[in-house]
Every structure is written in C-alpha cells, then in structure tokens.
Design a protein around this ligand. Structure first.
Ligand SMILES: Cc1cc2nc3c(=O)[nH]c(=O)nc-3n(C[C@H](O)[C@H](O)[C@H](O)COP(=O)(O)O)c2cc1C
Length: 200
C-alpha cells in the first residue's frame, strides 16, 4: 500500500506514523505552572538525539491551533521539565496521567503518584519512575500544530540496581521500559531481548 501524506491521505498521518514507527519510548514529562502545581503527561513522540551536549526532544501537539497542551505551556513559561521513563510497574499510572484535566488540577494526585525534588531545576521527578532526566529547554520549534521541544539534559537519576556500579551499563534483568506500539492502545514489554555485536 502507498499513501500520500501531503495530499489525499493527510488525514491518516497519525494512524500510519504512530502505528508504524514503533516501538517508541515514552517521555513521562513533569512540569510546574507559575503557582507550583505539578503537571505530568506522557509523550511517545520522543527520543534522545545526542550526547555532546546531551539533548532530547519530544513533541506535544497543540490542543487547538495555537493553544498548547499544559506541558508545552509550562515549559514555555519556566524553561524546565523532567523526562521520567516508564517501566511496566508504572504503565497504568502513566496512562492515567494522559487524562485531560482542567488546568491547575494535578495528574500526580489523580494517579496516586509521589514526587521527589529535582537537583538542578524546580519541577520534581516522579518517585515511582525508574529513570528521570532533569532538562532545561534549549528551544521549541512550532511546526504547524506540532511543537518540538528540545531539552538539554543536566542530571540523570536511576533507581537502585538499574546500572552496574562499575561499568554504568544497564542491567537488562532489572530495567524493563515499556514501548508504545500500534494505534490506538498497543504497548510492548521489553523482557525478550537479544544481543548483536557490531561488525569490526
Ligand atoms: C502513551 C502515550 C503517548 C502519548 N504521546 C503523545 C505525544 O507524543 N504527543 C502528544 O501531543 N500527546 C501524546 N499523548 C497524549 C497526551 O499525554 C495528552 O494529551 C495529555 O493530556 C497532555 O497533557 P497536558 O495537557 O497536561 O500536557 C500520549 C498519550 C499516551 C497515553
């Protein structure tokens, strides 16, 4: 099958791209509004893009043309956010935080989560998340109804035993992030892995 996303099939872009470009990691982003209310929401249009300096990006679509989601709105005002990563134990809570709540109502309370103060920025991280990346906004590109938020990662927090203390390599027996799969509600577990050495 073939689709023209610039023309007659444009309306299928989300279904096709979000369904096919998988698995995707999930950025579970915490931000704070000007009153200090903590907002949490998942975004799977997300990845890291470099390490010198360490950068990541994620893409909150606008609610309506020109009206950002709370996450993007808070980042525009404060320039700070935490990307928490999601494992199987956090999956249901993560999903709950994607609910549309009125501005100023915290998803953290709704999902019965806890927060831990960040070290370098004001928004806290999610205590239950296995990994958290403290970020400052580098820039946000507005492309149509998408916003692409680029963040500089200043601090990495990992739960006990996820990394080997000597090598800092990930222990695959302990770290089980979930991935976003087919639209509308597919996810994958990551407990069936294999190794492949790169060619010389
Ligand atoms: C697993 C998952 C991934 C999601 N990924 C995105 C995404 O990449 N971009 C987006 O705009 N919304 C995404 N959403 C929907 C947002 O989480 C949802 O609109 C949320 O209410 C936004 O919250 P906010 O207004 O507090 O920022 C995703 C939802 C789920 C459950």
């Amino acid at each position: 099958m073939e689709f023209d996303l610039t023309g007659e099939h444009a309306r299928y872009a989300y279904r096709l791209l979000a369904g096919l470009v998988t698995p995707r990691p999930i950025a579970w982003v915490t931000t704070q509004d000007e009153d200090g209310c903590v907002n949490a929401a998942p975004f799977s249009f997300f990845n890291v893009f470099g390490t010198r300096p360490p950068i990541l990006g994620f893409a909150p679509g606008d609610k309506e043309p020109g009206i950002p989601k709370d996450t993007a709105r808070n980042i525009r005002r404060t320039g700070e956010f935490v990307v928490n990563l999601v494992d199987e134990a956090c999956a249901e809570a993560m999903n709950l935080t994607s609910s549309e709540l009125e501005h100023g109502v915290s998803e953290i309370e709704l999902a019965k989560l806890h927060t831990t103060a960040s070290v370098s920025i004001a928004p806290p991280r999610i205590t239950e998340a296995p990994v958290a990346l403290e970020c400052t906004e580098w820039s946000t590109m507005e492309i149509g109804r998408n916003r692409l938020v680029i963040g500089l990662i200043s601090r990495v927090h990992t739960a006990e035993n996820i990394l080997d203390p000597e090598t800092l390599l990930v222990n695959p027996e302990v770290f089980h992030p979930i991935g976003r799969m087919e639209v509308p509600s597919g996810y994958c577990r990551t407990n069936d892995r294999f190794q492949m050495k790169r060619p010389e």
